[in-house]
Design a binder for this molecule. Structure first.
Ligand SMILES: *Cc1c(COP(=O)(O)O)cnc(C)c1O
Length: 314
């Protein structure tokens, strides 16, 4: 389902993200743990893999406007790829629900951002209606081109590891990425165990990128669960928060709160005591900086003795 040869694809250099070994988490979980750092994509999340394909195909089809409902990262990605493609981007976002940096990314790239008095689910419904207008293309993950692009993370993992990992953890918001990752492995002839972490408090979770009451891909995820291809675990807010801090403090990888559901999910299931596990860390920590614990930096006089006094806790 590629872009045809006569129309150049829209790309910002997405994919080929770092796969980082995590020695401390490996010691904790008892198998080799790797972190797939999707925050290293051009706009800071895995959404770019799918958006490159969706926007390329929208332009190819003659659309003039791409529309999406977003808790933030889809908007940031759609805005950047639309700008690159010379298309208009329209974003419907639930009022007050998106992190500041993600809004800034969308606005910087010239997207028209509308704050909807409603939930993410309302925003998605309105986008589907808007997308029936001539020249408009929906670029949420209901667009199959998004799923096609997002499969590439699985192909990459199989290449990088020289085979399928034994276990993969990732967050489950709307479920598009869960379906894409699972299908990608299947097409690569690999069948890892896939463990998806969703917030127990879906509608209100602190992890804003997975704050989605009704997953758009819920039916498909249910059939994947039934077929034994995917396990879904529900995570408490504290489990997500702890995993998020540990990723930064034990391994130096600062990801989004929602991304940490990947590690929290692996922590909440029984794992084999050998083999390879991958956490797909979906977005960059700088996307949601206000979640970091309050800055308690003490003020200090510009003298060595004063600095040492504070460092030594005197
Ligand atoms: C979009 C997003 C998710 C959720 O992905 P779904 O495909 O909706 O399940 C998780 N983490 C981050 C950082 C995201 O941007």
């Amino acid at each position: 389902m590629g872009v045809t040869r006569t129309v150049p694809a829209v790309s910002l250099g997405e994919g080929a993200t770092p796969l980082v070994p995590a020695p401390r988490l490996s010691a904790e979980l008892g198998l080799r743990v790797y972190l797939k750092c999707e925050g290293a994509n051009p706009t800071g999340s895995f959404k770019d893999r799918g958006m490159a394909v969706a926007v390329s195909r929208a332009r190819e089809a003659g659309s003039h406007t791409v529309v999406c409902a977003s808790t933030g990262n889809t908007a940031a990605s759609a805005a950047a790829y639309a700008a690159r493609a010379g298309l208009r981007a329209v974003v419907l976002t639930p009022e007050g629900a998106t992190a500041g940096p993600k809004r800034a990314q969308a606005r910087a790239a010239g997207a028209q951002v509308l704050e909807l008095r409603g939930s993410f689910d309302d925003a998605l419904r309105c986008c589907r209606e808007l997308a029936t207008q001539p020249g408009f293309a929906l670029v949420n993950s209901l667009n199959p081109d998004r799923i096609e692009g997002q499969k590439t993370v699985s192909f990459e993992l199989v290449d990088e590891l020289g085979g399928a990992p034994d276990v993969v953890g990732l967050p489950f918001g709307g479920g598009g990425n869960l379906c894409a990752v699972t299908r990608g492995f299947e097409e690569a002839g690999a069948r890892p165990r896939v463990v998806a972490g969703q917030a127990a408090e879906r509608a209100t979770t602190w992890a804003s990128a997975i704050r989605i009451r009704r997953p758009a891909h819920g039916d498909e995820v249910a059939s994947l669960v039934e077929a034994g291809a995917v396990e879904v675990v529900s995570l408490e807010e504290d489990e997500i928060r702890m995993a998020w801090l540990d990723l930064a403090r034990l391994e130096g990888v600062f990801c989004e709160p929602a991304s940490a559901a990947a590690l929290a999910a692996l922590r909440s299931v029984a794992l084999p005591d050998e083999g390879t596990a991958v956490c797909i860390l979906t977005g960059h920590g700088l996307k949601d900086p206000e979640r970091v614990p309050e800055d308690d930096a003490p003020a200090v006089e510009p003298r060595l003795d004063a600095i040492l006094e504070v460092l030594n806790g005197a």
